[in-house]
Design a protein around this ligand. Sequence first.
Ligand code: ACM
Length: 530
Amino acid sequence: MPGSFTLLPQPRSTEVGQGSFTFTEDLAITGPREWAAVVRRLLAPGTGLDLPGRDDGALRLHRDESLPDEGYRLEVTGDGIDVRAGDHRGLNWAVQTLRQLLPAAVYRPAPVGAQWQVPAVTITDAPRFAWRGLMLDVGRHFMPLADLYSFIDLLAMHKYNVFHLHLSEDQGWRMESKSHPRLHEVGSTRHQTRRPGAEDGDGTPHGGYYTQDQLRSLVSYAAQRGIEIVPELDFPGHVRAVLAAYPELSNNPGEGHTVADTFGIFDEVLNLSDEAMEFVFSVFTELLDVFPSRYIHAGGDEAPRTEWLASRAAAELAERRGLPDASHLQNWFTRQVRDWLAERGRVLVGWDEINDEGHLDGAVTMAWRGAGYGVEAARAGGEVVMVPTSHLYLDYYQSNDPDEPYSIGGHLPVEKVYAFDPLEGVPPEHSEKILGTQANVWTEYIPTMRRAQYHLFPRACAHAEVAWSDPAGRTWDEFTPRLIGHLERLDAVGVNYRPLGGLQPWQRGGTGAFERPAAHLGDADGQVGE
Ligand code: ACM
């Protein structure tokens, strides 16, 4: 493959031809109307071309159901471009690749004048994994809706097909609820933000939520671009915002409950009474009405047993439900939600703690504490998405430069992300259980999308290739020039990425109130709970 092709992620096969094809003012599209709309959406703004539909267009779109899921074939010759795809997502990825064959100016929202010439080439491509995700935590810091749209555009550029939207946290509940309006009225706002252990916070309220119609529109926008939004409501832990709104769901309802103003793992968990279960099913009913995804994330991480074990009511519940003791309430809870979702044609996804009392059948395990949890779940016959802290927590530090912005800990340079193999340690007979991989952006110390972009890029460029491309024939040394070429595209969009050579002057330093304490940098594999 010649150095001038800076395709990222690397396609399965690239055969360079002779000559090139140049776009003319009257370039037209031949193919199904709804497919032409996909092409126009991705090519018209930057080129300034109308790209009308016509029978004799030089940009020809063909439905080819013999191609694998999300696969495509792109053939550029001197007299036109033929795109073959089996489905709407394959078409999206084909056009994303076509954009990478054009000058980076095609990524601008309006034309600046460039020659739209594409080298002759035949590319045959399909993803290695069906689940290629990024998770964004909008609980710790609310991100304005407009930021989520631009986030989706960046996912699509990198052929990610899952946007895992983490919608509830101790520090904020982010979805409008018609059945339980205090969730968004009360649970969406904390009165200030405070560093763990500090007495004083910033004295500034923080919050926000998305209306159901805003989220429906976001779902459609993502789907048009080949992306499914997998929503998460995190239960039974990480619920302080819920308890601030509905204290009767707490194990200690008499205590004053507030939306958390600092970060960490809190003892507060849902009391899992019949009333709490009614509440959970009621908000999941609303969630399913907004999000059509097959997979629904129900959380399950970091739920201490402290409150249940101290509670007479929890002990009685456990006994009534035939459990050995109250520490098994989470396992009981997850089974109820799994079955309830299955009755509605959906599949539960949970953080790997869902298997702590034994493997939970019929659920997808999101292995975050280590890839080993994923290997174990796959061996037990379950489906898995690999998201280990060791390689894929993009909120961790990108380098040991003391000027790095304050982060939660850990050390995760882009080379290490690139080196991740989701199938490492997975016995070949279980490898089909690994649905794919996802990188996570937790936002305790990431208050804005601008800062999230800094943490995401270029590490997500590396992860996108891990998720899409076969490992054979690619190496970090071979990837680096492609990545450098790809950064020109991020420049065209205006993404606040971290340059490979080190931080920009304006990227240095802490996060407002969060100055870095001495020796805060984590070691290479340090796991930091979130
Ligand atoms: C997690 O990082 N608590 C899933």
